[in-house]
Every structure is written in C-alpha cells, then in structure tokens.
Write a protein that binds this ligand. Structure first.
Ligand code: BDR
Ligand code: CA
Length: 321
C-alpha cells in the first residue's frame, strides 16, 4: 500500500502525544521523523515524551532535538497546564529509543528535499524549527505537499491572550516567516478543538472501555489538562488541539467550515502579539485606498474554522482502538 509520508514538528506535551500516536496508528501514513521544538515543554522533555509515545506504538521513528528557544523572545513553557512532565504527571519510564543524531532543522530540510512534493508537514508547537529551516533553505516551502499548522485563532478568542493562541504567540516572528513563505498552509486554530469537539466525561469513559494501551494512555496523560480546560477555559470536556490538527491532516473531510484567506501574524501589537489576522471578507485588495503591501498579498492559508465533531471523534477512536 502506498503510504503518505509525514513529518511532525512538536513541543511534545500530552495532546501532542496523542497526535503523534494517531499518525503512527493510521493505516496509510509513514512518519519519517519527529522534530522537537521549545514550546509548552523544554526540548529535552518534549523529546522524551515523543520517544515514549513512538515506543508505545512499536515504532522507531527518529526524534530530533530542535530549537531551544524562540527566535527573538524568551521561552515561556506550560508545565502548569500539561503537568510537571508534560504528560499529566504520569511520570512514564524513560524510553529506550534514543534521540537521533543531528538537529531538527537539518532533519526537516533533508527529509523535505528527499521527498519533494510527497511529504505532509504537521506542526504542533511554535514554528521556530520550521521558520529556521525556511531561512536556511527557502526552496523547501514549495516542496511540501501540505503543511497543517495547529495554531492561531481565526478572528476569535485566544488562549494566552484574548487575541492569540499559544503556538503562534510564543514565537510570532517564526510564525510570520512560515505564513509568508509560500508553503501550502492549512491552519487548524484553537477554536476548532473546543465546544462540540471536546470529549465529554461519557465519551472519555467510553474510550477507556476500549481497553487498549493506546486509549488508556491518551486519556490518562490528558487528565490533568482536562481539569484546566473545564475549570479555567470553560470547555465542556477534554480538548485535544494537536490531535484535531492531525485529524485534518489524516482526513481533510472532517473539516466542516473552511476557506482560503490571507492570514498574517501580528508581531508588534501592543495587545495583539501573535494574533493570526484572517481576512475572511477578502477586505484587502478590494479597497481602493489600500496601498500598502497587504493589498497585493493573495490568500495564503486554508483556514479550518470548524470540524465535524462526530467524524473527528470517530477518527480519534479508530486510532485508539
Ligand atoms: C497548543 O498548546 C498546547 O496546549 C497544545 O499542545 C497545542 O499545541 C494550543 O494552544
Ligand atoms: Ca503542542
């Protein structure tokens, strides 16, 4: 069977882990490499969590350490949200799989070049590794068949500030480089994983009842984040943002409302650092008085606003059974 090749760039915490697991359990996907970036976790912790997850899936996908901090900003981690180990405080044993030799930036460039037009890139953390690879080898932008970004918020509320989602806010300069690179981008924003996409208590119980190591792992390591999603973010259940982006990568038909728009990233705003500004009405370019560079910029991102919750959950369950 032909398998779609995939690269996963991640700051592996508990929901990243579920996304990595999905890619390894989905029938027609061949994960080429996992590259780790500083974000929710320090890179060493992200690497350990990614390697543990891959080992659980019985795979040996190489895991590369990447950028230890954003391009210009101070690192800001989120252990308070994902637990002291990033895995809900489960303290899983040290994986046997060692980190691969070499840097994530090189691994991205080499794999994309080696599989020109036949590689899907899924990003689950800040975009520092990907932007650095693009600065070093700008031609790779056109060699990626699809790049699905978990990040941003399409003109709606953010999770770190009212205007911004964490992955973009953490390294807005990197995000801007990626969004302006000419890559075939898709954005699965924070809102896509909320509301009906969250797993209710009943659904979580049903997943545990699958009685597989994958189901148990996915639910237990996200139990810490579940409490915060419910009580701090006001969500109805377990939000799995990175897995929703992975689900769109695996099966684009789970996207219910989407559109191709000009999207750019705010890097300087006093209140809006890291905001993904989505031109949903195609405002720029149609206004006679608009003369700055925005006006000539074309739609660059397929923005997934809303998922088919039932289909997304069915896909998740398929990977956990
Ligand atoms: C992002 O931050 C983390 O909570 C998740 O892993 C996701 O990548 C959502 O803002
Ligand atoms: Ca993440």
């Amino acid at each position: 069977m032909y398998k779609r090749k995939m690269l996963i760039d991640t700051d592996t915490a508990s929901d990243d882990a579920v996304a990595i697991l999905m890619a390894h359990r989905y029938p027609d996907i061949e994960p080429l490499a996992v590259t780790v970036v500083s974000g929710n976790m320090r890179v060493e912790d992200g690497s350990r969590n990614a390697r543990y997850t891959i080992e659980l899936c019985g795979a040996q996908t190489p895991v590369y350490l990447g950028c230890e901090r954003p391009m210009l900003r101070e690192p800001v981690h989120a252990y308070w949200y994902h637990g002291s180990d990033g895995m809900g405080g489960m303290n899983y044993p040290e994986p046997k799989l060692r980190a691969a030799n070499g840097h994530a930036i090189e691994a991205l460039i080499e794999n994309i070049r080696a599989h020109e037009n036949d590689v899907i890139l899924v990003t689950l953390g800040p975009l520092t590794n990907v932007a650095s690879a693009l600065l070093r080898a700008p031609e790779i932008a056109k060699m990626v068949s699809r790049c699905i970004v978990m990040g941003g918020a399409a003109n709606v509320v953010g999770n770190v500030t009212p205007a911004a989602e964490y992955n973009i806010w953490c390294d807005p300069e990197a995000a801007r480089i990626v969004f302006r690179s000419g890559m075939n981008l898709e954005m699965v924003g924070w809102e896509a994983g909320r509301g009906a996409a969250a797993l209710t208590d009943q659904e979580i119980a049903a997943v545990y009842a699958f009685n597989t190591p994958f189901a148990k792992f996915a639910m237990e390591c996200n139990a810490h984040a579940l409490q915060l999603a419910k009580h701090w973010q006001g969500d109805p259940g377990m939000t799995l943002h990175d897995p929703t982006a992975m689900a769109v990568a695996l099966d684009p038909s789970i996207s219910k409302r989407r559109g191709k728009y000009r999207v750019d990233v705010e890097t300087r705003g006093e209140l809006t650092r890291g905001m993904t500004v989505v031109d949903e009405r195609h405002t720029v370019g149609t206004q006679a008085y608009f003369t700055d560079e925005w006006a000539v910029r074309q739609p660059n991102v397929l923005t997934h606003h809303e998922l088919d919750a039932a289909k997304w959950k069915a896909l998740l369950y398929q990977c956990l059974r």
